[in-house]
Design a protein around this ligand. Structure first.
Ligand code: PNS
Length: 166
């Protein structure tokens, strides 16, 4: 049976750390779905449509990477999709506690689903969507830390006077 993995998150915005994990997942599993959580934050910087569009553009040449959205319980989404694996990235020890809690809660909710953790390349271990927004909004360089499309979209938002550090 083909293995379908789901990589869930807010992706506000997609970073090169996310891209790294998704490409690793695409090599390991038959198919990986990047599942963007609807309403993860009350006021996200990028709308759901923008986040979907950006991710689809970034992975347009990866036939086994799919972009989708979900709401409600993650395990229910996996059951609907008949997916077996949740992929999460682990950057530092500080990620571990929350990830451990989520993995065990998800296992309690559906013991058929396994969570797999993957480490991104070292150069991405310190980046997060939150830090990208903060650094960019204060005039810092984020080149090389996010896909070029994300960098351009951040610049557009800044030019249009949006509050980037949401
Ligand atoms: O990008 P994030 O914020 O780290 O992603 C967190 C996410 C989307 C994986 C998590 O909030 C989630 O799975 N939410 C869906 C609701 C759910 O199933 N909650 C229980 C998880 S134990």
């Amino acid at each position: 049976m083909a293995t379908l993995a789901v990589y869930p998150g807010s992706f506000d915005p997609l970073t090169n750390g996310h891209v790294d994990i998704i490409l690793r997942g695409a090599r390991l599993f038959d198919r990986i779905v990047v599942a963007i959580l609807v309403n993860a934050e009350k006021s996200p910087l990028f709308s759901m449509d923008e986040r979907v569009e950006i991710a689809r553009a970034v992975f347009r040449d990866q036939p086994n990477v799919e972009i989708d959205t979900f709401d409600g319980l993650l395990v229910d989404y996996l059951a609907r999709r008949q997916a077996q694996v949740i992929v999460r990235g682990l950057r530092a020890i500080s990620d571990f506690e929350f990830e451990f809690q989520m993995a065990l809660m998800n296992r309690r909710l559906n013991a058929q689903i396994e969570t797999i953790f993957m480490m991104p390349a070292e150069q991405y271990t310190y980046i997060s969507s939150r830090l990208i927004k903060e650094v960019f909004s204060l005039g810092g360089r984020v080149h090389g830390l996010v896909p070029e499309l994300v960098e351009a979209r951040l610049q557009d938002k800044l030019n249009r006077g949006a509050k980037v550090n949401a």
